[in-house]
Design a protein around this ligand. Structure first.
Ligand code: 5GP
Length: 204
């Protein structure tokens, strides 16, 4: 379900930026990639939000306080940063991404739309992938079903999601998250261009 992309077939796409509406399953998809595709390097974001049960410092996020986040921004340590859902700060540490690219690794950034726009401005050679829900109703079901946010937070996130869905056209490729394994395989295949079919044989 991906559209043809403007990627140069001879040059592997090393850096992929994955964004999409809240609750579409970006976190689940990147966790699946982390567990099943060890050759893909995942960026670990810094955030000022508190860890959820089961989240580990340095694996899911670097959990920092407001002062430390502000220092990282001030010192140019973040490629991009954003306040997500009007609440917490999130940002992508610069050094590890640059190191992964120097090591010729396939690198994946799972970030929000504002962050993706900032990366596009500074690293236009990256491939921008939009993760879409099978439908709006399914997105609402996933958001409510997750049960980790209160009513006010859910409403806030749905409002954000509507705006984010409208941004799909800004991206190079759309992947529909109908099945996590299929979506992960499609995502990783984009990082390995030599394994893709020529554009005229791609299926819509
Ligand atoms: P959560 O708090 O549910 O883990 O993530 C909330 C949102 O923050 C998700 O949409 C996620 O993609 C986004 N996010 C995670 N890390 C980053 C980051 O480093 N930068 C930006 N801009 N957004 C991020």
């Amino acid at each position: 379900m991906s559209r043809p992309t403007p990627v140069d077939e001879d040059r592997p796409t090393r850096l992929v930026v994955l964004a999409g509406p809240t609750a579409v399953g970006k976190g689940t998809l990147s966790a699946y990639v982390r567990d099943h595709f060890p050759d893909v390097w995942l960026s670990v974001s810094a955030t000022t939000r508190s860890p959820r049960p089961g989240e580990t410092e340095g694996v899911h996020y670097h959990f920092v306080d407001e002062d430390e986040f502000a220092r990282m921004e001030r010192d140019g340590e973040l490629i991009e940063s954003a306040v997500v859902h009007g609440r917490n700060h999130y940002g992508t540490p610069r050094g590890p991404v640059e190191q992964a690219l120097r090591d010729q690794r396939m690198a994946l950034l799972e970030i929000d739309l504002q962050g993706a726009r900032q990366v596009r401005a500074s690293m236009p050679e990256a491939l921008f992938v939009f993760l879409a829900p099978p439908s709006w109703d399914e997105l609402v079901r996933r958001l409510v079903g997750r049960g980790t946010e209160d009513e006010e937070e859910r409403t806030r996130r749905l409002e954000t999601a509507k705006v984010e869905l409208a941004a799909e056209d800004e991206f190079d490729v759309t992947i529909v998250n109908d099945d996590v394994r299929r979506a992960a395989e499609e995502l990783v295949s984009l990082m390995r261009p030599q394994r893709r079919m020529p554009p005229n044989q791609q299926q819509e």
